[in-house]
Design a binder for this molecule. Structure first.
Ligand code: ADP
Ligand code: MG
Length: 530
């Protein structure tokens, strides 16, 4: 028999054991006889009692799982069955116990369980990996979507900018003539008060148009910028000072404007950005009141989310607790003439101009808004840590003085030459106006010691303004020259300055602007009559 078999008395004392059992336990039969069977179990406690019940009540034990303790200390798993052996009369002869070695089965079970556990662990790991991959993918898709939207937005803005900028150029030139001649007509009409006041209206309307055109040119990034290293906190403080006066009591201002590194910027334009953003914030909070927060900090590209091109940035944040915007509005806010405000209150140019200025400074603009909770605009401008900021006064106004110097004016359009002559004569200057640049050069050669300043247009037939300047400067080094350019005349300011040209005058110009520049050029640097 391959199973272990033994016979015990009613109290569990072994009286017989077969070979299979001896092999299982590692004892000889003689070692087993007279011992209590319980002592060969790993957990002997219940065995004696169960066996005695088997003997006395006839309760059989059927295939219970136990462990036997072998001679060399091993624990062998077995199926243990016991059945009483009695005579017909009922006298108990003994108890027959059978042990089936289930080591292999147990080993197989353990191996199976281990395999199962391993598999389960793998499943858990794999699930986690998949979840992570999924999150990464979702994030990547969101980022791609955002980048695409940004690109689309940039393309749209560029298209609108090109269109608007083109129209604005042409208007610019037309406005120069309208405003100039209106001013001239007004001077001639001192006696006719009615006509003069009409012309006054024309002039005011023209100036409004000029401002608008200027804004569109700023938006389409074609306006002249005068960039210099500036510390922006001063400009912001100045803007907030202006703003505070117009804010109602239920709107509070919180500002955190530490001194930060310098950025290359046009102070006037930065001032305009702050004013535009703060005015919008004010409008958004007008009904319910709230808090306007303006803060400035240095930051790195890596700390900005979603990231910007590498580098250090100056971060300007303008945040409000106002009405906020939904996505449909958010998508369009930078478009020129997009406004949700009633006529008279909004022009829809504020953010378009802001966008143009920020881009023109190599910067970036980000908006986060929640309907009903508020809006945060963040502007990032490239930091120029190594630059020393120059002190700036944004709103400075100058008194304009005239003079009696002799000025040569050259412009191929007779209207403009006359206009300049008129303007400058009023300030006391002695002016010679010529429409042909070659003739102007000849005239200059004949009168070179008489001339204190030359104002020349850029684009002229045969001899351009730049070429004329070059020839004049060869005749008389140090001669002060002002070059007039339109927006569409891309002149390399750097090379022109190297040539010796003192200043540029951008069309259309105001009388005061012209007079101021003339005085400034005449008063500064070498080149006065030698
Ligand atoms: P305008 O202020 O003249 O309407 P903007 O270009 O400055 O033009 O702004 C365009 C539109 O963007 C506004 O009409 C408004 O709907 C929305 N907007 C701008 N800033 C905010 C803000 N801080 N909170 C809520 N909406 C804003
Ligand atoms: Mg606005």
């Amino acid at each position: 028999m391959s199973d272990g078999l033994l016979v015990t008395t009613a109290d569990g004392t072994i009286s017989k054991a077969n070979q299979a059992l001896c092999r299982l336990l590692g004892y000889r039969e003689a070692d087993l006889v007279q011992k209590n069977i319980a002592s060969f179990f790993t957990h002997p406690a219940d065995i004696a009692m169960n066996l005695s019940r088997c003997g006395s009540e006839g309760d059989e034990i059927s295939k219970a799982e136990h462990r036997l303790l072998t001679k060399d200390g091993a624990h062998v798993p077995v199926l243990f069955s016991a059945t009483p052996l009695a005579e017909e009369s009922g006298t108990l002869l003994g108890i027959v116990c059978i042990f089936t070695d289930i080591t292999e089965r147990k080993n197989a079970e353990t191996a199976l369980r281990e395999a199962h556990d391993l598999l389960e662990q793998r499943v858990v790991e794999r699930t986690r990996e998949l979840a992570e991959a999924n999150t990464a993918l979702t994030r990547e898709m969101a980022e791609r979507k955002r980048a695409e939207a940004e690109l689309r937005q940039a393309q749209k803005m560029r298209a609108i900018g090109t269109l608007a900028g083109g129209i604005a150029h042409d208007f610019n030139n037309i406005l120069t003539a309208i405003l100039g001649y209106t001013q001239l007509a007004m001077q001639r009409l001192t006696s006719d008060a009615t006509c003069r006041s009409f012309l006054g209206e024309v002039f005011i309307a023209g100036q409004r148009a000029q401002k608008l055109v200027q804004q569109i040119l700023t938006f389409s990034r074609q306006s002249e910028q005068e960039k210099q290293p500036v510390e922006i906190h001063l400009i912001i403080k100045e803007a907030l000072k202006l703003l505070r006066a117009s804010l109602p009591a239920n709107i509070g201002i919180v500002q955190h404007l530490p001194r930060c590194g310098a950025v290359m910027a046009d102070p006037t334009q930065i001032h305009q950005v702050v004013m535009n953003l703060c005015t919008n914030a004010y409008h958004a909070m007008q009904e319910k009141g709230g808090t306007l927060t303006v803060s400035l900090a240095e930051t790195e590209a890596a700390d900005i989310s979603p990231p910007l091109p590498a580098g250090d940035y100056l971060q300007l944040v303008v945040s409000d607790t106002g009405c906020g915007m939904d996505t449909a509005i958010l998508e369009r806010i930078f478009e020129p003439y997009f406004t949700t405000k009633e006529t008279g209150k909004g022009t829809g140019l504020g953010l378009a101009v802001t966008h143009g200025i920020v881009e023109g400074h190599g910067g970036h603009i980000r908006v986060v808004s929640t309907t009903g909770l508020g809006t945060t605009f963040s502007i990032y401008l490239p930091l120029q840590k190594e630059l020393q900021a120059e002190p700036v006064a944004v709103l400075e106004k100058k008194e304009i003085r005239g003079g009696n110097e002799r000025i040569l004016v050259v412009d191929d359009e007779q209207e403009l030459t006359q206009l300049l002559e008129m303007f400058l004569t009023q300030y006391g200057y002695r002016v010679t106006g010529l429409t042909d640049s070659t003739a102007a050069y000849a005239w200059f050669c004949a009168n070179r010691q008489e001339v204190d300043l030359v104002i020349t247009d850029m684009s002229m037939p045969r001899l351009t303004g730049k070429e004329l300047a070059e020839k004049l400067l060869a005749e008389r080094p140090g001669l002060p020259i002002i070059l007039c350019t339109g927006y569409n005349e891309q002149i390399n300011a750097e090379s022109a300055r190297e040539l010796g040209i003192r200043a540029f005058l951008l069309k259309p110009f105001q009388e005061k602007e012209l007079a101021g520049l003339v005085r400034e050029v005449l008063d500064t640097g070498p080149g006065r009559d030698k």
